[in-house]
Write a protein that binds this ligand. Structure first.
Ligand code: JCF
Length: 681
């Protein structure tokens, strides 16, 4: 009997360690060792044995993340070492001043290198909630929010439910007391999913991921928190017992040590020398920001050498050795002066907010999209309201919501136009669509302008110098009605346009002339057939081989093209059924357009293979990588399914990578992609 008990304990011990190893590989290293099903099997096995032997359950068992009943309220916890905030900087000058203060402060120490430069650790400033977690003898004993920096709320039961937080430190070399600090956050995509669930259940939706993370941590019932997709990243520490002799000497060393103890770190971090490299890091992060799965509000620079940090010390509540370099705020408030209705290429009518100019996301914004009529109603935005405007990265600015408490009595509700504001044609709104459309087609000047803009764009005919201002004039002068008219423009005529000299007119005529050799796929895309994007256009071109063949295709033959379903097929058939579209194609032929049938891919080993690109690749942009793949006969799509051949993942790949793992799709990196491409020749 005693032996049996011992066996069970040993088995439990081994199982728990095995599961912890997989948690670490999955949450910290981002490199799972087993499939989800295998992991679930281990977990089930552990649960079964523990159910049969409740006396052998330990608090640090992977099954014990979700504790018992809800709490009546959170206790408060006094932080053994205060949780500090950081000084903020917004401009390059602030960073230069920070570096100068640090350099001056270290002048008479041995902590500057010979050139007098300081070593810094650069990291992301995560936009979540700061949490301090206390480990005693390797076990998580408490976790607290920052609160006022001195005292926070005890959220231990909730923090235990976060799968990436170790309940027990890894290895067997750690101080008796170790407080690890970091940020709890939610990925943007998970936040959206959560909000969909919330609104489907009639529960309150969260304004942003930070808010959702905060709401989830403030749940008194840890079973609810357990269902929320929270993540943790370590970036600092509080109390560490002094008996421990092997402490790293640098901030970056501390982070790597935490990683070994089982904590996830943000990959995007760098040790650099001197102020100029700080700005480089900032610039790099600004560029990759939208590819990150979660929100950040800037970057953080810290003097790397811990002894130098100590020498510099603190000013009031913030360290002198660190600073947060913040991005310009992405949201601000301003007055909504009016709502205009814009007509898009397909006739879609978009209500656009005219705003009191406001500085947001680093630029002055005067217009923002309101998406559509229903959105305006749902958000209850009225003309005259003070509204929250958001501009994130290079995304079109949008009106997020009004501030009804600031609503003036004469604020006006929006009324959708009943005719096209440009061509006065009737408006239709199909029963299952959110947008209203102008029915004027290419009779509508606005649709015509947008169609030309689309046709001239980089992925279509790629006509350099044919931008919005030029197109507006060409259409308004009545010089171009259909695509073929472009090819009849002369240098003399173009010289009549505003700001056009002979040289610029010649350049434009040459660029237009050059586009006569366009690839068939690009020409198909340029036509702007609804539901025919770049990839579909490519498939159609290689399947049919000529415009004539495509024009004659019936539904059955269209459905034979990979990824073409009834909606796309119907749209193509309707497009070519219109006499004026047939006329345009004949006219293009008459003015000398000779689309090249995209040459068969040089090799075919990638043929039929579908790729999905995600995250930031080290050397290529995603567009570049996509071009190489397509050149080699492969296909690139946006979403991962069982049919996906490969997911090419770079840094900070998010949900697509997860999906690939779920479905067992092969994941490769840029190097492996290069190898695949190299095999081709
Ligand atoms: O990512 C953050 N939000 C963040 C906050 C990162 C840090 O390294 C921090 C911080 C707040 C205080 N460091 C300190 C000292």
């Amino acid at each position: 009997m005693a032996i049996k008990q011992y066996d069970t304990e040993a088995q439990l011990h081994a199982l728990r360690n095995e599961i912890r190893k997989h948690d670490y590989a999955y949450y910290v290293k981002d490199a799972p060792l087993v499939s989800d099903a295998q992991y679930d099997g281990l977990m089930r096995q552990l649960q079964e044995i523990e159910a049969a032997h409740p006396e052998l359950v330990t608090p640090d068992s992977p099954t014990q993340r979700v504790g018992g009943a809800a709490l009546p309220a959170f206790d408060s916890v006094r932080h053994a070492v205060p949780m500090l905030s950081l000084g903020n900087a917004f401009e390059e000058g602030d960073i230069a001043a920070f570096d100068k203060r640090v350099t001056d402060g270290l002048r008479d120490t041995a902590f500057l290198d010979l050139a007098g430069t300081v070593e810094y650790n650069c990291e992301l400033k995560l936009d979540g909630l700061a949490i301090s977690m206390r480990y005693e003898n390797g076990l998580l004993v408490s976790a607290a929010t920052r609160g006022d920096g001195q005292t926070g709320e005890n959220v231990t039961a909730n923090i235990r439910t976060i799968a990436s937080v170790p309940l027990r430190l890894q290895g067997d070399s750690y101080p008796g007391v170790l407080e690890v600090r970091g940020e709890v956050l939610m990925d943007r995509q998970q936040f959206q999913k959560l909000n969909q669930q919330q609104s489907a259940r009639g529960d309150k939706v969260f304004v942003n991921p930070r808010n959702a993370a905060a709401g989830s941590l403030r749940q008194l019932d840890p079973r609810i928190t357990a269902k929320r997709p929270l993540r943790f990243f370590a970036y600092g520490w509080g109390e560490i017992s002094t008996e421990y002799a092997n402490l790293p000497l640098t901030h970056s060393g501390m982070l790597e040590w935490f990683n070994q103890l089982g904590f996830p770190l943000v990959r995007e971090r760098k040790v650099v020398q001197g102020a100029a490299s700080l700005l480089e890091f900032y610039k790099h992060v600004s560029e990759i920001r939208t590819n990150l799965p979660y929100d950040i509000d800037g970057v953080v620079y810290k003097v790397n050498l811990l002894e130098a940090q100590r020498a510099l010390g603190f000013v009031s509540r913030a360290p002198r050795f660190a600073i947060a370099h913040k991005f310009p705020a992405e949201e601000s408030s301003t007055r909504l002066l009016g709502i205009e209705v814009q007509v898009g290429r397909t006739g879609a009518l978009t209500p656009v907010a005219r705003l009191q100019p406001v500085f947001v996301g680093g630029v002055t914004v005067t217009n923002a999209t309101l998406h559509n009529e229903d959105e305006i109603r749902r958000k209850d935005v009225r003309i005259g309201d003070t509204v929250i405007v958001r501009r994130a990265g290079d995304v079109i600015p949008e009106v997020v919501r009004p501030l009804p408490e600031l609503r003036p009595p004469d604020a006006q509700a929006f009324v959708m136009v009943t005719a096209c504001p440009v061509c006065h044609s009737a408006i239709e709104r199909l029963p299952d669509e959110a947008v209203s459309r102008c029915t004027g087609g290419l009779f509508c000047e606005a649709q015509r302008k947008q169609s030309f803009l689309h046709a001239a764009s980089r992925k279509a005919l790629d006509i350099e110098g044919l931008g919005e201002k030029v197109i507006d004039q060409l259409v308004e002068q009545g010089w171009v009605h259909s695509l073929a008219d472009l090819y009849r423009l002369s240098v003399e005529k173009l010289m009549g346009l505003e700001r056009f000299g002979r040289k610029s007119a010649e350049n434009l005529v040459n660029a237009i002339e050059k586009s006569k050799q366009v690839e068939l796929a690009r020409l198909i895309y340029a036509l702007g057939i609804r539901h025919v994007g770049e990839t579909t256009a490519r498939d159609l071109a290689s399947h049919f081989g000529s415009m004539a063949a495509l024009m004659q295709a019936n539904e059955e033959s269209l459905l034979a093209v990979p990824d073409v379903g009834p909606v796309v097929a119907g749209s193509i058939i309707r497009f070519f059924a219109e006499q004026h579209n047939k006329d345009v194609i004949a006219d293009l032929q008459a003015v000398g357009l000779r689309p090249k049938v995209s040459e068969q891919p040089k090799s075919t080993a990638l043929a039929g293979k579908t790729f999905v690109l995600t995250g930031t690749l080290p050397n290529w942009t995603r567009d570049e990588a996509a071009a190489f793949i397509m050149e080699a006969g492969g296909k690139v799509t946006g979403s991962v399914s069982k049919k996906t051949g490969y997911v090419v993942a770079g840094e900070d790949a998010g949900s697509k990578l997860e999906k690939a793992r779920e479905l067992g799709v092969t994941v490769i990196d840029e190097g492996q992609l290069k190898a695949l491409l190299a095999q081709e020749d």
